[in-house]
Design a binder for this molecule. Sequence first.
Ligand code: DSN
Length: 416
Amino acid sequence: MTEPTLAHVDPEIASLIQKEEKRQLDTIRLIASENYASRAVNEAASSVLNNKYSEGYPGKRYYQGQAHIDGIESLCIERIKKLFGVEHANVQPYSGSPANLAVHYAFLRPGDSTVGLALPAGGHLTHGWKVSITGDFFSAHQYGVRESDHRIDMDQVAALAREHKPKLIWCGTTAYPRTIDFAAFAQIARDVGAVLAADIAHISGLVAGGAHPSPVGLADVITSTTHKTLRGPRGGMILTTAKHASAIDKAVFPGLQGGPHNSAIAGLAVAAHEALQPSFKAYAKQIVDNAKALADALLSRGVSLVTGGTDNHLILCDLTSKNVSGKRAAIALESAGIVCNYNSVPFDKRKPFDPSGIRIGTPATTSRGMKDVEMRLIGGWMADVIEAPDDAKVIERVRGEVLSMCAQFPAPGLTR
Ligand code: DSN
C-alpha cells in the first residue's frame, strides 16, 4: 500500500513546515537555546517508535512488545552515562521543566525549602520562581547576581543556605554568560546538608565536549534538556549517582510521567553517539570561540554586554546606552534575518515584556560551520541594526548580507 504523503493529506501543515524549514535555512539563528539537530537525530525522533507505549523501565514494563524499545532505551542510557561519566541516567523526562519538577518530587514534600537563582538574574522558572509550581508549592528562596559585576553572588547563596537550611539547592542558568562554579555550590550544599542539583540545559553540549567544567562528582543530581548545545531532539534527562538513582527513577515514573516518548529517546541515543565522536569536542570549543568573537565584535561597536563578555555559548547585551529596547531591537533584527530573543538584564528598570536586553548565542551558527570571520560580520550587522532599528535601507542591506552568508553554510538536518 502506498500511503499518501503529508503534502497530500494535509497541504496546509505541510506548507507551514516547509516555510519554517526555509526560515531556518535563510536566517542567522542566534537564540541561545536553539540548534540544528542532524538528519540522523531527526530520523530517529520522528520514527515508528511514536506508535509504542512502554511505561516502566528497560526489563520492567507494564506493556508487552518491548523487545526493541528496551534495547533503544538501554543503549541511550549507556551512551549518556559514558558521555558524561555518570553512574545513572534517566532519559525519560519529556523536557527540562518536567526533569526539574521530578527532582523536587524525589527529594522534597510541599512546603520544603529550596534555594535557586532568580529568573531576572538569569535563572530558570523551575528553580523556584514564584509563578512556577516550584515557587508556589515549595518555599523557594532566590539568590541573584552582584550589582557590581553581575556575577552570581556566592556570598548570598551561602547566606540563604545557612538561613533557610534548604533540602535542595539549584545551580545552573538560562541567561548567564559565565562559567558556573560547581565546586563552590557543592561546598555550600555540603555545609547545610542539601542536595545540589545542577541544571546544565544550556551547557550540556559544552560539558560533554569539555568546553565547560563538569558538575559530575560535585552535584548530586544533574538535569538537562537535550536539544540545546547537545544537538539532540527535544527532551530531557536526569543524571545522578547510584545512591539517588532509585529516588529519581520513581519520581519520573510513576511519580510524574506516564509512557516515555520513545522516539525522543532514540533521537537522544543518536545525539549521544554523535557527541561521543572526537569532532564534537572541536564543535563545543568552536561554539565558545564563536561567542567570544561575536562578543568582541559587539563590544567594538559600543554594545554593552552583561559581565563584559562571555565564557560560554551565550551573550547578554544591555542596549540601554543605544537608546533602543530589547524588544524593538529583536524585532528589527528579525526583519534583517537575525533571530534572537529580547531578555531582561540584571536590575532591569524596564518590564520583562519589553526589557533592556537581547540574549544571543552561537550553537546554531556553529552547527552550520560558521567561524570567527562570520561572527565578526554578524556582530557588525547587528550593531548596524541596533543603531538604526527604523532605517529600512539598513535592514534591507543587512537582510541581503544575511541571505548570502546563509547560502554558503548548509544547515544540518534540513532537507535542502
Ligand atoms: N526556554 C529555554 C531557553 O530559551 O533558555 C529555557 O527553558
